[in-house]
Design a protein around this ligand. Structure first.
Ligand code: PLP
Length: 372
C-alpha cells in the first residue's frame, strides 16, 4: 500500500487556516487601524507549521513577523521569497552573524548594549541607518537592555542616532495573562519612561494577553502569538479566539480490566472495579507528555475518558468507565484529544502545563491536514 494511503491509520491533526486568519483580523479589530498587528511565528508558528501559517497571516494583512532564531528567520525569508515582509529575530544579534542577517534582509531585535555596538559597527562598515528593534527589559530579566544599560544608552543616544535606525523600541510582559496583576502596570510604566528617550522610534509592548487587556498598551505595534493559534489570551473569561487545532487519535485495542489489576509502566494505576480500557496511538514521542498520565482526559462522543497509567512512548491507555455500554468505541475509532469537547488550554490545565507547550510539542507522526 503506498505511503499516502496509510495516513488514514495515523492520528489526525487538523489545522483550520481560515480560523487563523480570522484570529489575526480579530486582533486588528481589537487594536484599531492605527496599530500594526505583527505575528509571533517562532517555533514553527507555535507548532502548527510556519510554511502554512505565515502565508495565511500575510494574506490576512500581517506585514511583520517575529521569529526566535536566525535559522527560523532565514527559513521564513525563503518562504516569502522577497523582502516585502519584515522579519525580526527575537533572540538578537549573535557575534559574527551581522552579514548573514543583512544578507537575508532580517532585522535583529537588539537585546544588549553590546549587541547595539556590534550592529552600529557593522552599519559603519557597510551603510548607515541599518534597521533594528531595541528590546528594553522591564521585568522579565531574560533578554533586553538592563536598567543600567538603558541609562547608559540614554546618555549616548546621539552616538547611535546617525548610524542606526531603531525602528521599534519594545518590551515584553511577564504577567499579562493574569488580569489585574500589579506587575503589568509596573512594566508598562517602566516602558513608558524608557519610550520618552526614543523620539524617532515606534513602540511595541503587548503580546496576546496584553493586547486584549488595555488600550494604553497597544502603542504602534502589538506582537500576538498564542491567541492567533486559538489559545485563550484572557483565561479568566471565555476564549474570544477561534480554535485552530483539532487532534484525534485512533484506538488500537480495547480490553476489559478486572478490579485490582494495574495498567502500564510502574503499575501505578490500579482498577478500583472491573473496567473497560482502550489503548490509543498517542505517546510522549507524539508530544503527549508523561505529565498526562493519570491526570488528563480525552473524549469519545462527548464522554470524558481519563488517561490511566503512565503515558508510554507510542501509546496511552484510557478508561471507558464514563461511556455507556452501547456507545463503546472500537479499534479504529478516533478519540478526541483537542476538539469540540476539550480545548488545548483545557488539556494543558489538566496536565499542569500551558497550551503553548502542548502546541509546540505537537509530534511529527500525525497526519497533518490543513483546512483552507
Ligand atoms: C518578545 C515576545 N513578544 C511576543 C511574544 C508572543 O507572546 P504570546 O504568544 O503570549 O502572544 C513572545 C512569546 O513568547 C515574545 O517572547
Amino acid at each position: 500500500m503506498p505511503y499516502n494511503q496509510t495516513r488514514q491509520f495515523a492520528a489526525q491533526l487538523m489545522i483550520d487556516l481560515p480560523a487563523l486568519a480570522s484570529n489575526y483580523k480579530l486582533c486588528q479589530t481589537r487594536v484599531g487601524p492605527h496599530c500594526e498587528v505583527a505575528a509571533a511565528v517562532k517555533a514553527d508558528a507555535y507548532g502548527i507549521g510556519i510554511s502554512e501559517a505565515a502565508p495565511v497571516l500575510a494574506g490576512a494583512g500581517c506585514k511583520s513577523f517575529f521569529v526566535a532564531t536566525l535559522e527560523e528567520g532565514i527559513e521564513l525569508r525563503a518562504l516569502f521569497g522577497s523582502a516585502a515582509h519584515k522579519i525580526y529575530i527575537l533572540n538578537g544579534l549573535q557575534k559574527d552573524a551581522e552579514d548573514i542577517i543583512d544578507f537575508h534582509s532580517l532585522t535583529p531585535v537588539i537585546n544588549s548594549l553590546h549587541e547595539l555596538e556590534l550592529w552600529a559597527a557593522y552599519a559603519k562598515r557597510t551603510r548607515p541607518y541599518l534597521k533594528c528593534a531595541l528590546h528594553i527589559d522591564t521585568g522579565m530579566a531574560r533578554l533586553g537592555l538592563t536598567p543600567d544599560e538603558l541609562e547608559h544608552l540614554q546618555n549616548r543616544i546621539g552616538e547611535f542616532a546617525d548610524i542606526l535606525d531603531i525602528e521599534i523600541v519594545m518590551s515584553h510582559f511577564a504577567c499579562a495573562d493574569e488580569k489585574g496583576h500589579p506587575f503589568n502596570e509596573i512594566q508598562a510604566q517602566k516602558f513608558q519612561n524608557a519610550a520618552d528617550s526614543f523620539v524617532f522610534s515606534k513602540f511595541s509592548l503587548a503580546n496576546s494577553s496584553g493586547l486584549f487587556r488595555k488600550d494604553d498598551w497597544h502603542y504602534d505595534m502589538v506582537r500576538p502569538g498564542m491567541c492567533l493559534y486559538g489559545l485563550n489570551p484572557t483565561p479568566e473569561t471565555d476564549n474570544p479566539m477561534k480554535p485552530v487545532v483539532k487532534l484525534a487519535v485512533p484506538i488500537l485495542q480495547r480490553r476489559p480490566l478486572p478490579e485490582g489489576k494495574s495498567v502500564g509502566y510502574g503499575a501505578d494505576w490500579v482498577a478500583a472495579s472491573d473496567t473497560e480500557l482502550a489503548t490509543i496511538q498517542l505517546g510522549y514521542a507524539d508530544g503527549f507528555a508523561r505529565l498526562a498520565g493519570n491526570k488528563a482526559k480525552l473524549y469519545w462522543q462527548g464522554h470524558p475518558c481519563p488517561v490511566v497509567g503512565r503515558v508510554s512512548m507510542d501509546l496511552s491507555v484510557i478508561s471507558l468507565e464514563n461511556v455507556p455500554r452501547d456507545l463503546l468505541p472500537h479499534p479504529g475509532d478516533m478519540i478526541e484529544v483537542f476538539g469540540p469537547h476539550q480545548s488545548v488550554d483545557d488539556l494543558a490545565c489538566d496536565m499542569g502545563t500551558i497550551g503553548y507547550e502542548l502546541l509546540t510539542m505537537l509530534g511529527k507522526r500525525y497526519n497533518r491536514r490543513y483546512e483552507r
